[in-house]
Each structure stands twice: as C-alpha cells, then as structure tokens.
Design a binder for this molecule. Sequence first.
Ligand code: SF4
Length: 314
Amino acid sequence: MREARAAKLGHCRLVTTVGDMHKPKQTLESSAILSGSAFGCPRQFLGNRFVYAVISSRARGLSIGVNMNPDKLCNFDCEYCEVNRIAPSLEKDLDLAVITEELQRTLELAHSGELKRIHYYRHLPPDLLQLRHVALSGDGEPTLCHQFLDVVREVIHLRALSHFPFFKIVLITNAAGLDAPQVLEGLNLFTHKDEIWAKLDAGSQQHMDSVNHPRGCKLEKILENILLVARQRPVIIQSLFPLLHDEEPAAEDIDQYAMRLRHLKKAGAQIPLVQIYSATRPTARSGCRHLPLKALSLIARRVREISGLATEVF
Ligand code: SF4
C-alpha cells in the first residue's frame, strides 16, 4: 500500500494520501515548491471588515471566507485555535450589505487575476490562486451566529446573480449548532455542490475536553448533530491532531475516535472523506505544535482499518 507522499518544503509540510481505494488522490508538491509556506499563513482581509482570502491546503487553493463571528463567539476553546480572544473584537455585529459588497469585490479580485498583484500572492502558482470555494467560517463557530440564515441567503443570492462563475459554499463548523432551526433552514438552501466540513477531533469526552475545551457542549451532542445532517447530505469530517505539550495522541484515543466514525457510518451518516491534519498556523496558546507526518499517516491508516472511510492527510 502506498501510505503517503509527503513533501517537507521550507516551512510547508504538505501531504497527499490515499483514500479507501488506496490511490493517491492528487499531488500538490509542485505547487508547494512555489508556494513555500503559503498554507501556513494567516488570512488576508485585504482591507475588508468581514471577508478574507486564505490559501488553504484542504481547499487545494484559494478560499474566500466570510467571518461569521467577528465577535469571536465560540463554545469551544481549542488548544490549537488561532484566534486571540484576549484582544478585543474590532466588530461586534455583521453588516449584510457590507459583507455582500466585500464578497463581490474579493470575488472580482480572484477572477480578474488582480489578486496576483498583491505582494502576498505574487509568487504563487496559478492553481493555488484559483477560487475553490466561499467558506462560512471565521473567528468563532458560525452556527452560533444569530444571522446565520441571513448570511446564507445573502451569499446564495449573490451567487444566483451570476456575475461570477458558480462558486461552491462550504460551511466549516464544530457541529455544535448544526441542529439549530435557522441553521437547518440555511442548509436546506445549499445545493448538492455545497459542502459541510464538520470538526471531530476526539472519540471520548475526556479527549475532547483536553483538546477542544467545550463549554456546555458534549461529544454525544456533536455526534448526534453530525448524524442528523449527514443522513440528509454528505458531511466531510475534519480532524485536527496536535502535538500537545510534546505528546502525541494515545493509540487508545485514536481507536476510540475511529470507532465513533465507524458508528456514524453504520448509523447512516454519509461521510465521503475524513481530513486528518495538524496545527500549521500560529496558535494563541503555547504548547501546541504540528504532529509529525508519520503520526498523522498512522491515524489515517487506523481510521481506514476501523471505519472503512476514505482519509486524506494534510
Ligand atoms: S471551534 Fe474553531 S474557532 Fe472555536 S475554539 Fe476551536 S478552532 Fe477556535
């Protein structure tokens, strides 16, 4: 079996691994050579208040994001979170008109090629500058945003105007609020091309507590919410495994996590892919580092063995 192809290039460690078909999916090594540390770099707001651009390995290129939580509201406090919650928020509320205007402007930058003129993107290869999706994400948990449905409607309306080529919408969530009525209503507006990427970092409450520090949210609830939505439409699972205080996750924790995935699948969850990765961007806390690639590959193998799901390591 070809386990993984990895490239460690400057600061950028980039991997493509196998799915359950045991075939490499796509090699990004050539892009990585040119992009250097682009995947580990922070979001660029380009003068905007709510809309940003980021080069994302999991998106395989340019992701334009809407910061759904400028107030930094989240019910997790992940060890690896990049958001500095000590610094006060610059924005408290979303402004739909401004979001639409900024999204439009950023889409124009991406499609016109103007983005390449910005020094940050100047040396990136064209494939990394191709727009892969518009993400509903941000400095907190998007499903907790009380304007979630309004934002979804606004983005879908902009897409329907067809001023730009069709873009996929991706909701990036910790799954805690996936069962909220306005979130379910918003997801009903998604097309089959739009995606949900749901976080699942642990298979036991104890492990989840040590990595995600959830507030008022239990692992069982996260699993219920993923199942609720994944019975209706495919959900991509995102799992981040950090090296915490120089310790790799225990084998028992990994097996419990893989068993949870197996149960989800058996209960009818449609999970086309499990993305396995580690902390790459600077985190707000110290003590959290990138897990060695070999460890990530072993986790992916365990997931495939136990759950039979396709995995990719980043
Ligand atoms: S769920 Fe996301 S925003 Fe919330 S603490 Fe974790 S990484 Fe940060």
